[in-house]
Design a protein around this ligand. Structure first.
Ligand SMILES: [Fe+2]
Length: 473
């Protein structure tokens, strides 16, 4: 049996340019482009992927200006796309029998998998689609046309796995990231960058069994790698016979706990690495400094079983049967005597894909925006929430009737605003009745709908968006 939400996991073949009919009123100040990235196709010909994370990258651009909204979508023309068109999905995060060993071989041949379907990011003057491998795909932000691959090949040490969630320090404009190198000796390499081809090393941390970390935390003075106990023994994949999709090579080892590796950005040194009881997570909502403590708001789940739940077979049947995320606040106190401690506080239960205002990145925030699924999940999220971390209260936005599905919410600050929540939240709603999607503009303060612009096709459930004010169309 297929679920109503299965429309979010269909293959979209249309690539269109469209002036969207708008209901309500888009604020005059809202100018720029929201570019969302995510899987657009799960099948091509006789070939298909097994997992939501492995669909072929498609960009969706919503451009706002003068109260109007236009929309454009394009597949990334990658090697992965061409190979799928030719009848084979080469490999992926959780699809196929590509072993990590084969991946390593691919890395050695300088051609990692390029299905960059996680996020669109600006690095220097370039716009790039990113995935977790260090071969990014540049695109034209106006036309969404695929340009070229970009790969750093300078003197700063690089890894085989890259984090797709770069963190930007709004004070310095620096972008910070880390990569994980596999081999007989493994490292986390942490660096900052001013363009796709310019990096400055922060540090390299040796590690015996590297963890799968989808994002990390940045504050003005520190980088924090939250090392979940989902780890891989590099010796296992260097010897022949390792089988299964990439992520299945990682093993859940809760006895290790979850380690917060705190790196001083200036000195390039690990200054503390306290552990908390084991938990898993995907997204760091934000982090900041408070006295000698680092405050880190994280989307947590108890363990890594959620990854299997996100297989397309499960999702299309509506078999979620999983805990959705929890927003938790971790306070890492560095301590004058070098003994760091971690405190943990639950802020909100039942959320996914948390974001904060970009004006609050690396500094204290009050509000977190997120998808708002049931806890435990029974269906795809049918609401988005504004979570007040001071009071613990959350306000939800849902459609009436409540049968539409919402993407990650992105907050866009009003450039003339003063309060943190003065601005709008943009989220994409999928309506299974009309088989169309809309971008919904929600007032950041009241959390009421201001406007909605509809596109003539259903957009598959995607991952992440960025709002680029400079892209005015
Ligand atoms: Fe993500």
């Amino acid at each position: 049996m297929t679920a109503r939400s299965s429309l979010g996991f269909h293959t979209l073949t249309d690539e269109i340019d469209h002036d969207c009919p708008v209901s309500g009123s888009v604020p005059e100040w809202l100018s720029g482009t929201l570019i969302r990235n995510g899987p657009g196709a799960f099948e091509m010909g006789d070939s298909a992927v097994d997992h939501w994370f492995d669909g072929l990258a498609m960009l969706h651009a919503f451009t706002f200006g003068d109260g109007e909204v236009s929309y454009r979508n394009r597949f990334l023309r990658t090697d992965a796309y061409e190979s799928a068109r030719a009848g084979s999905f080469e490999s992926g995060f959780a699809t196929g029998n590509t072993t990590l060993r084969e991946r390593l071989r691919a890395f050695l041949f300088e051609k990692p998998y390029d299905n960059a379907n996680i996020v669109a990011e600006r690095i220097g003057d370039d716009y790039l689609a990113l995935t977790e491998l260090p071969r990014w795909v540049a695109f034209d932000p106006e036309t969404l046309e695929t340009l070229d691959h970009v790969r750093y090949d300078g003197p700063v040490p690089t890894g085989n796995l890259a984090c797709a969630h770069l963190k930007r320090d709004p004070e310095t404009g620096e972008l910070v990231n880390f990569e994980t190198s596999f081999g007989r000796r493994c490292h986390y390499h942490v660096h900052s960058m001013s363009s796709p081809t310019e990096r400055e090393r922060i540090c390299s941390i040796p590690v015996d069994e590297p963890a799968y970390m989808h994002s990390f935390a940045l504050t003005p003075n520190y980088v924090v790698l939250t090392e979940f106990p989902l780890v891989v023994n590099p010796l296992d994949f260097l010897k022949p016979g390792a089988q299964g999709p990439f992520i299945e090579n990682f093993e859940w080892k809760p006895e290790r706990g979850t380690r917060f590796i705190v790196i001083d950005r200036e000195r390039g040194e690990v200054v503390a690495d306290p552990r908390a009881a084991a938990f898993f997570g995907f997204h760091h909502a934000n982090a900041y400094e408070e006295g000698d403590a680092l405050v880190i708001d994280l989307e947590t789940i108890p363990d890594a079983t959620a990854i299997e739940t996100l297989s397309l077979d499960n999702l299309r049947k509506g078999n979620f049967d999983v805990l959705s995320g929890r927003l938790e606040r971790f306070r890492v106190s560095l301590g004058a005597d070098g003994r760091a401690t971690v405190d943990r506080e639950r802020i909100h239960d039942g959320m996914a894909l948390p974001t904060v205002s970009p004006a609050r990145w690396c500094r204290d925030h009050r509000y977190v925006y997120a998808q708002s699924p049931d806890q435990p999940m029974t269906t795809w999220p049918q609401a988005v929430a504004k979570i007040d971390t001071e009071t613990g209260r959350a306000v939800e936005f849902a459609d009436d009737p409540e049968d539409r599905y919402f993407s990650e919410p992105i907050f866009v600050p009003n450039p003339d605003g003063e309060r943190e929540d003065e601005g709008v939240v943009l989220t994409v709603a999928l309506d299974p009745e009309t088989e169309r999607s809309s971008v919904v503009v929600i007032d950041g303060d009241s959390f009421a709908e201001l406007a909605r612009a509809t596109v003539p096709h259903p957009i598959p459930f995607d991952f992440h968006g960025r709002f680029f004010p400079e892209l005015t169309g």
